[in-house]
Each structure stands twice: as C-alpha cells, then as structure tokens.
Design a protein around this ligand. Structure first.
Ligand code: CTP
Ligand code: MN
Ligand code: MN
Ligand code: MN
Length: 374
C-alpha cells in the first residue's frame, strides 16, 4: 500500500447535523461533480436522487483531508453506489463522463437558465422547455403571460444572477435595520441564511426580525414594507401573513416542512455609489442604456414571535441539507418533530431560547453556523 494515503478519520457519523462542515474544505473537485448531478436530479424533480448526491457531497465536505484514492473511502457512510462510481471516475480520470454529459446537455442548460428566473420553478421551466423555450429571451419572444414575480425576474435577470457580495449584504442590512427601527423601536434584526454561515457571496440576503415583547411583532411586515417602499428601496415585494395557529400547549405542530411565518420575498434597489446613504459597494451595473448606479438584489425577510426565535434562527440559517438532516435526526433517532417554529417530543412542546438549547434537546453536539455548510 502506498504510504500517506490513509485518512486519519476513524469513523464519521452519518447525519450531517452530527458533523462540522466548514465552508472551505479539501474535496471541492469531487463535491463540484456531485453537486452538478444533485442539481440535475432536482431540476428533473427527482428529489430522492438529489438528496443522495447532496448527502454524499456533504460527507466529503466534512473530511479533514483530501481524498486521493477510493480505498480511503472504505467504511464511510452516505456514499451510495452511484456517488461512489462518480467519485472513483473523477479520482482516476479527473472528470466524470456523466457530469460532463450533464453539463453539456441542452436540457440541463435550459432548465438552469429558466429556473434562474426569479419566480420560475422546475415544473414551469420543464413545461416551457418542452415547448422549445430554452432561454429568458426565448421566453420573452414566446408571448407567454408571466406573473408579477416572473416579470420582475425577467426584467432583472442578469443582476439577480450576479452573486450578492458581503459588502452589499451589509449595506442591505443597514437599510432593513433602519426600516425596522423606524416602524417598531426595540425590534431586533438578525442576518440569517448563507451569510450567517460565513459565505462571502449569496444568491440573496436573508433577515429574521423579532421583538422581545411577544405580540409586538404581529403585523410588523406590512409596516416595514411600506417604509421601504416609501423610501424607494423596493423594486418588487410579495408579503405573506403569518398563518400559524398557537394554543396553550405551544405552537401548532408542523403539517409540512414549510413554515408559516410572516414573510416577504423582495427585490431591493441598492445604490452602488455614495449618492444615497448606503455604503459604497464599488460595483457598476451595465445595462442596455449604459452604466447605472444601483443594482437589484433579492432579499428575504421573516418575522418570528420571540418565543419561536431560536427555532426560526436555526431553521433559516441552513444549509438546506443541514436542515433536512436535523429534521431526519429528530424523527428517526429521537422520535421528535422539529420545525422552524418548535420542537416536539411526541405531544410535549420543548422550549428553547437559543440554538444551543435546541441541539441539547436533540442530543446533538452544538454545531456553530460556520460549520453548517453541509
Ligand atoms: N428557507 C425556508 N423556507 C423557504 C426558503 C428558505 O425555510 N421558503 C430556509 C432554507 O432552508 C435555508 C434558509 O432559509 O436554510 C436560507 O435559504 P436560501 O436563501 O435559499 O439559501 P442560503 O443558504 O442562504 O444560500 P444563498 O447564499 O444561495 O442564498
Ligand atoms: Mn476510468
Ligand atoms: Mn440566502
Ligand atoms: Mn433566501
């Protein structure tokens, strides 16, 4: 046996929520390949297959060393037959035939381009693809009636597919904070999603808003949105009210993984020069009419009651796979139900005022946000 090829890992736990998964890891070539196949499966609405590839990729992200040979993978969990085949191919040949075929396939490219339009999901994109629509410009020429979200999505297509930088996220945070404090003094705002996990770029910016006096947060979103609109910060917004039932026994048990918080999916107009009060982000947007001094940025806002804040924080920090693994751990290993609203041990509601308490209720070691990049 060649020396230096043994991984120093003795055993790796099988749920991603039991592991530390940093943003930067040692197996990017392998995880990039698996992520393409996961994405393709998700775009083909094959969720199970997508999750299998995501789990395999997450396992590799958590390893302390680069994998150099397939023999190092012996005994590791989460690596299905298909994923192992792809990994071996990449290790031996540098590329996977299946990944190459996928990346170059007309369907994959079209599905990515169409679902890259804000407001367009896999189902709609697939219907359009079958009609011969492969790009946003094909779509515009097709004469299809688009809804309000999709019209905004097409209008700001290029910008919304440009990664949001950390300075841009900070600038948006300052605006949201001003809005929140203007309409409800004492309200608190927290950066969630990928930026809370330490990512340097994102596809959007996510914020969670709450108020220490339970009840004061009710109806907060429409006020925040009105303030932002009056100041000219919103290019698009869709607000959904809180549809959550609460009783004496605690928050209602989740009917699905979707949470019921008051929320707003929006597109911000962010100044990129110093004319406005926002900080300089040093980026010039090129349009058909030449450069302009602002850009469109996707922003998600969520409001939670104070008593559910820890659950909302945990549920909205991600990654999506980490969240899925937490819920799977809760059900299969602890017979508990976890949502972004609550944790239930059968009928009993378990209170928590911090993420640490939730991990403790679940019998898990605390994993900080920067290590939830599964
Ligand atoms: N989320 C959710 N319900 C939704 C949308 C998102 O609970 N309807 C959660 C996701 O599970 C994720 C978090 O909100 O944990 C952030 O979602 P998203 O912004 O899509 O992903 P990020 O991890 O922030 O990645 P990116 O940087 O690309 O935005
Ligand atoms: Mn080969
Ligand atoms: Mn996000
Ligand atoms: Mn989001």
């Amino acid at each position: 046996e060649k020396p230096g090829l043994e991984l120093t890992v003795v055993s790796v736990p099988s749920y991603a929520c039991q592991r530390h998964t940093p943003l930067l890891h040692h197996n990017t070539i392998l995880t990039d390949a698996l992520s393409i196949l996961a994405e393709n499966a998700e775009l083909s609405e094959n969720e199970g297959r997508g999750v299998a590839f995501r789990r395999a990729a997450a396992l590799l992200k958590s390893l302390p060393q680069e994998v150099r040979g397939a023999e190092q993978l012996r005994g590791l969990p989460c690596l299905g037959e298909h994923s192992l085949r792809v990994i071996k191919e990449v290790l031996e040949d540098g590329v996977s035939h299946e990944v190459e075929t996928t990346t170059h396939s007309e369907q994959f490219k079209a599905m990515k381009a169409l679902t890259g339009i804000f407001g367009v999901g896999a189902k709609t994109a697939d219907r359009w693809f079958r009609e011969g629509i492969h790009t946003p410009s094909n779509l515009q020429r097709s004469g299809h009636t688009l809804n309000r979200a999709q019209r905004a999505g097409v209008c700001y297509y290029d910008e919304l597919n440009l990664p949001v930088t950390k300075p841009e996220a900070v600038a948006i945070g300052q605006i949201v904070e001003r809005a929140v404090h203007a309409v409800l003094p004492g309200a608190e705002m927290t950066l969630i999603g990928g930026f809370r996990r330490g990512k340097q770029t994102g596809h959007d910016v996510d914020f969670l808003i709450t108020h220490p006096d339970e009840g004061r947060e009710e109806g907060l979103m429409p006020k925040v949105v009105s303030w932002l609109e009056a100041q000219g910060f919103l290019l698009y917004q869709k607000t959904t009210g809180n549809s959550y039932l609460e009783s004496k026994e605690g928050p209602a048990r989740p009917a699905s993984n979707m949470d019921r918080f008051e929320r707003c999916f929006s597109i911000f107009r962010l100044s990129t020069d110093n004319e406005g009060r926002e900080i300089q982000t040093g980026r010039e947007i090129q349009t058909g009419e030449g450069p302009r001094s602002w850009r469109a940025v996707r922003v998600d806002l969520v409001v939670s009651p104070y008593s559910q804040f820890a659950f909302a924080l945990l549920g909205w920090t991600g990654s999506k796979l980490f969240e899925r693994e937490l819920r799977r751990w809760a059900i299969h290993e602890k017979a508990m139900t976890l949502s972004s609203h609550a944790l239930y041990d059968r009928k009993r509601y378990l209170r928590a005022s911090s993420e640490e308490e939730i991990f403790a209720h679940l019998g898990l070691e605390y994993i900080p946000p920067c290590d939830r990049n599964a």
